[in-house]
Design a protein. Structure first.
Length: 321
């Protein structure tokens, strides 16, 4: 496919949108790729990457191999993704620490609308599909009420989180950030990105080195997860689309307990920075919350989050002129 510089600039902009979607829990980078018309090319390009390309590189040279892996497309797209993630991470980390109720309220609206959107893609709600939805709901809810599956400061666990979260780049409807939240690694991932940027800008090489190690571990996990799950998930989405979508719908509904803005901390832990952070929390009513519940603002942001997905859906369904 022959493309101009302008075409690759547009692909980079689509990558920016995907990156923003992957940083914000509730919006899937895969959904953005689907809406923007590059989903199938992204899938085929990912599936085309394997170790045989190393032999091809030796045999045919860099230029031919780069073309065979659709290198210009992948470079433009993932450059946009990276720029977006590094740009948004700092603001989101600040909001998590300073305005958690308002941020989680917005995320809550995103998740509700995403669940509705994915459920609407199911063509026939038969018994098998309903059971699949219930299984997804139960599994997701049990995860939200359990202690995190691992220590998010542990390198092996970060590798695992990176491998699981990358699913969002393949399957429309579920967010990688959302997966990181369920696994208890969202704040660590955001902090890693921010420390990486700050260490570079401030020439603080100790900070940069520590963050870079975590970033590489997450990235390696993502690469491994991408190759292990891409073909399986593509097959599921192609051959058992309704069941797959039903599982995703249930998974997102069950996760709402994790996204609920008003929490009571049951236990804490000390992270790698020596800070005391929540380990296990439970959802409570706004009236039971210690502090200002900000109910009206929270509801307003839930509506904004819901409408964000609603607008994206309308864009996706808008007929081509």
């Amino acid at each position: 496919m022959s493309r101009s510089i302008g075409d690759y600039f547009v692909i980079g902009l689509k990558g920016l949108a995907m990156g923003a979607a992957d940083v914000v829990p509730g919006v899937s980078g895969g959904t953005i790729a689907f809406i923007s018309g590059i989903y199938e090319e992204l899938l085929s390009s990912i599936n085309n990457l394997d170790f045989s390309k190393l032999k091809e590189l030796k045999k045919n040279g860099l230029k031919a191999t780069w073309k065979s892996i659709n290198g210009n497309f992948l470079f433009a797209l993932f450059s946009g993704v990276a720029i977006s993630i590094f740009s948004l991470a700092k603001g989101l980390e600040w909001l998590l620490h300073n305005k958690p109720i308002l941020l989680w309220s917005f995320f809550f609206g995103l998740i509700v609308a995403s669940a509705v959107y994915i459920a609407k893609q199911v063509k026939k709600w038969g018994v098998t599909v309903i059971i699949a939805c219930i299984i997804g709901l139960v599994v997701s809810y049990l995860i939200t009420v359990s202690e995190p599956l691992g220590n998010s400061d542990n390198n092996f666990y970060l590798f695992f989180c990176g491998a699981i979260a990358i699913i969002a780049m393949i399957l429309p409807g579920i967010s990688g950030s959302f997966i990181l939240i369920l696994l208890g690694a969202y704040e660590v991932a955001l902090g890693t990105v921010n420390q990486l940027r700050e260490g570079l800008l401030e020439s603080d090489w100790d900070k940069f080195g520590n963050a870079f190690m975590k970033f590489i571990i997450l990235a390696l996990g993502a690469v491994v997860g991408l190759k292990l799950f891409s073909k399986a998930l593509t097959w599921m989405f192609t051959k058992h689309k309704d069941v797959t979508l039903a599982i995703l719908t249930g998974f997102m509904i069950g996760s709402l307990n994790k996204i609920w803005p008003w929490k009571e901390t049951l236990s804490t832990r000390v992270n790698s920075k020596g800070e005391i952070v929540p380990l296990l929390q439970k959802s409570i009513s706004p009236s039971s919350f210690e502090g200002e519940p900000k109910i009206l603002l929270a509801i307003g942001l839930m509506v904004v989050g819901f409408l964000t997905i609603f607008i994206l859906e309308k864009i996706a369904n808008k007929p081509a002129e």
